[in-house]
Design a protein around this ligand. Structure first.
Ligand code: BGP
Length: 483
């Protein structure tokens, strides 16, 4: 829709940036931290670009004061970060580690000192390896109890100062990559039954923790962050429009409907059952899912790209177990689900060097769809551009491509707000450069350059502000008025 005048961003808008513990902290075995599934998985040859690990990452563990001071200089209103379960309960379900709590106390207090609202992700993929070894981690229903105990420990300890909580980061991604494509731990390939079961356990872990949080802090704001890739029907052939409906039910609403309505989409469940996949539920599950759905305050959206959706014949392409992790454009492969849909390359959109489509309008599509379907407030919990950056003489970094990317997305987000979407926050991915799970350190996202490459031994770890730092600083200062 078109509006003659824009109301712009609300005065209370939370301009922010996001990170995740494994990607930023380092200090992998300090102060009692336990081993996570990622600490272990990255050691399997061939899993990550140039065998990178988060052992050192960008050493945020020791440099968080410097990093948060830079956030304050940029004017951030919120900082979204995740807590490493292995720092709080090193073996997943045993003793609580006071030093772990103290580390996040210090981060939270540092944020508050500068008037930055801490936004905490309970789980951003790094599960204690001990739980994998004890009972198979997410594959066992026991994880729900252990997760809820861990989450409740956080709510009780930090809930007096943290008003925004994200239970799960991209549940759709860690389950799909963990049990379908094998690219994330535990590295299982096309174990469809387990994938849906694991996902259900994650739904219950989310739901029970929402209830525990609201018992203690009824005014806390809580949601989950969904990796939302809106789909466009390839053309106006009805079969492609139906493929898009299938895609939405199985790839998007399969998660968002659970968070917002407490139920799975009917057509998706019918499809799974007709393929012999029956999600095992306990008697109370549906009731608990609904109770949690009634209590969530926002839909968290990690938005990076859109997909074109075309009908895929029964003998068509399957899921790809390879992705472009090198930054050599054009190396990603088409993928899909035979008999339902596939995702051909969209000829109308540019792509990043890692073959992610660049589609600013997609962020508005996300907001519009969530508003129409769920009428929930929205937190954009991630959005950003992974790119090669160059540190030049005098330690300057010119990244006009990142500024153009973010600016175009913010213009569309502003339109979404004019459309009536209740958007509370926008977090860029990321603030400093950090480790990209599978793509090493060369795929950079930050406003602040971190002087390191793949090899830990040559890492200098100095922080340098990129041009985009100053650009974002001005956007925040003017509350997006100049966009
Ligand atoms: C999201 C994750 C983030 C981050 C981001 C960029 O899926 O929540 O943790 O990594 O994507 O992805 P990548 O590092 O693969 O480029």
């Amino acid at each position: 829709m078109y509006f003659k005048e824009s109301n712009g961003f609300p005065e209370t808008f939370l301009w922010g940036s996001a990170s995740a513990a494994y990607q930023i902290e380092g200090a992998a075995s300090e102060d009692g931290k336990g081993v996570s599934n990622w600490d272990q998985f990255v050691r399997i040859p061939g899993k990550t670009f140039k065998a990178t690990t988060g052992d050192l990452a960008v050493d945020h563990y020791h440099r968080f004061k410097e990093d948060i001071a830079l956030m304050a200089e940029a004017g951030l209103k919120t900082y979204r970060f995740s807590i490493a379960w292995t720092r709080i309960i090193p073996d997943g379900n045993g003793e609580v580690n006071e030093k772990g709590l103290a580390f996040y106390d210090a981060i939270i207090d540092e944020c508050i000192k500068y008037g930055i609202e801490p936004m905490v992700t309970v789980y951003h993929w790094d599960m204690p390896q001990a739980l994998q070894d004890q009972y198979g981690g997410w594959e066992n229903r026991q994880i729900v109890k252990d997760y809820v105990r861990y989450a409740t420990t956080l709510f009780e300890h930090f809930g007096d100062r943290v008003h925004y909580w994200i239970t799960m980061n991209e549940q759709n991604v860690f389950t799909s990559l963990g049990w379908l494509t094998g690219m994330h731990p535990p590295g299982k390939v096309m174990d469809q039954k387990m994938f849906y079961q694991v996902n259900h356990h994650a739904n219950m872990a989310h739901a029970y923790s929402v209830l525990e949080l609201k018992k203690r802090y009824p005014d806390a704001h809580v949601g989950a962050s969904f990796a939302y890739t809106p789909g466009y029907a390839w053309d106006c052939k009805p079969i492609n429009a139906m493929a898009k409906a299938d895609y939405d039910d199985l790839q998007n609403y399969f998660w968002m409907d659970v968070y917002a309505y407490g139920r799975y989409p009917k057509a998706a469940i019918r499809y799974l059952e007709s393929n012999g996949i029956h999600i095992q539920m306990e008697a109370e599950d549906q009731k608990i899912m609904k109770q949690a759905a009634a209590l969530i305050d926002f839909m968290g959206v990690n938005y990076y790209q859109t997909a074109a959706i075309e009908y895929n014949p029964i003998d068509g392409v399957g899921m790809s177990t390879e992705v472009n992790t090198t930054g050599k454009k054009g190396t990603a492969k088409e993928e899909g689900i035979p008999g339902l849909y596939k995702k051909p390359s969209n000829p109308y959109l540019e792509k990043t060097d890692w073959d992610w489509t660049i589609d600013p309008m997609g962020i508005r599509m996300c907001c519009r769809d969530i508003t129409s379907r769920y009428d929930l407030p929205i937190v954009i919990s991630e959005n950003g551009l992974g790119a090669f950056d160059k540190l030049e003489e005098d330690n300057v970094i010119h990244d006009p491509y990142r500024i153009a990317f973010l600016e175009a997305h913010l213009k569309e987000l502003k339109k979404a707000i004019d459309d009536g979407c209740d958007v509370w926050a926008y977090c860029t991915w990321s603030f400093t450069d950090l480790l990209s799970w599978l793509n090493g350190y060369q795929k950079r996202y930050g406003f602040v350059y971190v002087d390191r490459e793949e090899d830990d031994t040559t890492a200098k770890l100095n922080r340098y502000k990129k041009d985009s730092f100053y650009w974002y600083q001005n956007v925040i200062k003017t509350n997006g008025k100049d966009l």
